[in-house]
Design a protein around this ligand. Structure first.
Ligand SMILES: [Zn+2]
Length: 493
C-alpha cells in the first residue's frame, strides 16, 4: 500500500542533542521511529547554513546555484538593494513591516526562488500526487491562496498590506495567515507573541488534525521552527526541552492509531534538521565587525537603493557575502580580510576556478570541477595549493573531508549562486557583525561551512530504503522515486 510521507524539518536540530535525548530515553516517538527505520547523525546541509537557503534546498533538492536563494540577507543585483527576510527587529523597523512581510510571504517563493527550479510540491502535483505544507518557508505550488493578514500585522504595516495572492500545494497552512476552513485556529497557540501560529505546537496540531480529519495529503512537509530560537538564546547544546516537545507532537500523531506499529503501516516519516549551530564566545573579539574593518569603502545601507556605493555587506551570522558593484576594490578588500585569523575561508571565483584563502595565514587553495581526484559523492575535481584550508586529506586519488563536509561542492554551488561575490566563513566560536545582523554572544549561531553548523540528524521510518551518505538535497529525488514508482506500479497492475 502506498504510504503517506511526512517530512518534518526541525530548525537547528543538533546531532549531539538528539543522541543525548536518546540515551536518556527522553524522546520515545523519535526513538521508536529510529528503531523501526534508519538513523544518521551526519546528514549534510548546504552552504550557507541559513534557513531560507537550506529550506529551498530541501524543497527543491538543489543548491543555491539552482534555486537562487543565497542567504537570509543577500544583495539583489537586479534591483540594486539588500534583501533581508527580517533578521532583527531593527531591520524590520528600518525597511518596514510591509516590506518584510512581502519579502517573506510573497517574494521569497514567487520572485527569489528560481521559477525554473521546481519544488517538490510542483513536481508531485504534475504526477497527480497530493501535497501539503505546514509553516515551511518554501511552499511554492500550483494552487492559489489568498493570505489573511491578522489585524495586528495590518496595524503594524499601517493597513498597507492586507492580503496577497500566493501559490502553494493542495493543503497549505502558514499559521493564521493561511489557514483552511476545516481547521480551528484556536486549537493551538497563534497569538502575535506566538508568531501567529508559526511555532512547533501549531505545526504539530495541524499535522495531527490532518491525520484525524483524513485531510493528510500523500506528501506533507511540516516545519518545527522553535529549536532555532532556543539554540540561539541558550547555545546549541541546550535544546533538549524543545526536541522533547517536538517528540510529543509526533507521539500525538502516532497515538491516533491503534498502536505505533499500525501508524507505520500507513505513514512514513522523514525527520531532519535544516542546519545545526555553533556556540559563540562572549568577548567582543568573537564578533567580526565587517562594517568597521571595511569602513574605508562606501557601503550600501539596508533599505536604500545602490547609487555610488562600492561595497555591499550581507552578514549571515557565521558567514557573510560581499558584493562589489565595481570590481576594482575587490583585491583591496580581500587583502584587508586575509590578515584576520577569525575568517577561516575567503572565497571567490575567477573564470572557472574557485579560489580559497585562509585568514591569518594567507594559505591558498584553488579548485575546479573535473579531474582525477574524487570526493565521497564520487565527484571529480582538480585542485592546487593547500588542501588543509578545507581540511581535506588524500588517500591515493580520493579526497577525504573532515571539518568541512562536501566543501568543494558546497563552495562551488554557493559561489555559482552569488557569482560576483566574495564569501566568508568564520572560525567556530565567531560570527560576523554587520548592519542589522543578529548577534549571539554566549549563544548559538550558524551559517558557516564548518561541520558544527552543517551536520544534522536524519531519521527515516516506514520506508524500505535508506539514503546512504545523506544530504538535505537527497529527499526530493528519494520521495519522488518512492511515490511515483508506486503510482506507476499501481497503474500497471
Ligand atoms: Zn537561526
Amino acid at each position: 500500500m502506498l504510504k503517506k510521507v511526512i517530512l518534518c524539518v526541525i530548525d537547528s536540530f543538533h546531532p549531539q542533542v538528539l543522541a543525548e535525548c536518546f540515551s536518556r530515553g527522553w524522546v520515545p516517538a523519535l526513538q521508536f521511529l529510529r528503531d523501526e527505520g534508519y538513523y544518521h547523525n551526519d546528514c549534510v546541509s548546504v552552504f550557507p547554513t541559513m534557513t531560507p537557503t537550506a529550506a529551498a534546498a530541501i524543497s527543491t533538492g538543489r543548491h543555491s546555484d539552482m534555486h537562487r536563494v543565497p542567504g537570509f540577507i543577500w544583495y539583489d543585483e537586479a534591483n540594486k538593494r539588500i534583501v533581508n527576510y527580517g533578521a532583527t527587529p531593527m531591520a524590520i523597523y528600518r525597511v518596514g513591516v510591509r516590506t518584510v512581510l512581502e519579502e517573506l510571504i510573497y517574494n521569497l517563493n514567487l520572485k527569489h526562488l528560481n521559477s525554473k527550479t521546481p519544488t517538490v510540491f510542483e513536481t508531485l502535483s504534475k504526477h497527480g500526487i497530493s501535497t501539503g505544507c505546514i509553516n515551511f518557508f518554501i511552499y511554492r505550488g500550483t494552487k492559489e491562496y489568498r493570505t489573511k493578514i491578522p489585524i495586528t500585522m495590518q496595524l503594524l504595516s499601517k493597513f498597507n498590506w492586507q492580503y496577497q495572492t500566493i501559490y502553494g500545494p493542495d493543503q497549505l497552512v502558514l499559521g493564521k495567515v493561511v489557514c483552511p476552513d476545516w481547521l480551528d485556529p484556536a486549537g493551538a497557540p497563534a497569538a502575535p507573541w506566538n508568531k501567529y501560529g508559526i511555532n512547533d505546537l501549531f505545526t504539530g496540531y495541524v499535522l495531527k488534525e490532518m491525520v484525524r480529519q483524513n485531510k493528510l495529503p500523500q506528501f506533507t512537509l511540516a516545519y518545527f521552527p522553535d529549536t532555532d530560537a532556543m539554540a540561539h538564546d541558550h547555545g546549541p547544546l541546550d535544546t533538549h526541552k524543545s526536541i522533547r516537545r517536538v517528540d510529543k507532537q509526533i507521539a500525538a500523531i502516532l497515538d491516533l492509531y491503534e498502536n505505533w506499529h499500525k501508524a507505520l503501516d500507513e505513514l512514513a516519516f522523514i525527520i531532519v534538521g535544516d542546519h545545526s549551530q555553533t556556540l559563540i564566545g562572549r568577548n567582543r573579539n568573537h564578533l567580526i565587525n565587517l562594517q568597521s574593518m571595511l569602513s574605508k569603502f562606501k557601503q550600501l545601507r539596508l533599505g536604500s537603493v545602490l547609487t555610488d556605493e562600492e561595497l555591499v555587506i550581507s552578514p549571515n551570522e557565521r558567514m557573510a557575502i560581499l558584493n562589489f558593484p565595481e570590481d576594482k576594490i575587490k583585491d583591496d578588500v580581500v587583502k584587508r580580510l586575509v590578515k584576520d585569523y577569525r575568517i577561516t575561508q575567503i572565497i571567490w571565483k575567477e573564470a572557472d576556478e574557485y579560489r580559497v584563502l585562509k585568514g591569518g595565514t594567507g594559505q591558498k587553495l584553488s579548485f575546479r570541477p573535473g579531474g582525477s581526484y574524487w570526493d565521497r559523492s564520487g565527484m571529480n575535481w582538480t585542485w592546487s595549493g593547500d588542501l588543509g584550508i578545507l581540511d581535506y586529506r588524500t588517500q591515493g586519488r580520493q579526497l577525504i573531508d573532515r571539518d568541512y563536509p562536501d566543501a568543494f561542492y558546497r563552495i562551488k554551488t554557493a559561489m555559482d549562486g552569488s557569482p560576483r561575490g566574495v564569501l566568508l566563513s568564520a572560525l567556530p566560536g565567531y560570527e560576523f557583525r554587520g548592519e542589522h545582523a543578529p548577534l549571539h554572544p554566549g549563544g548559538g549561531s550558524h551559517g558557516s561551512l564548518h561541520k558544527k553548523d552543517s551536520v544534522v540528524p536524519l531519521i527515516i521510518a516506514g520506508l524500505e530504503k535508506d539514503i546512504p551518505n545523506p544530504r538535505i538535497t537527497s529527499f526530493v529525488p528519494y520521495i519522488l522515486a518512492y511515490l511515483t514508482c508506486q503510482v506507476q506500479r499501481q497503474h500497471i497492475f
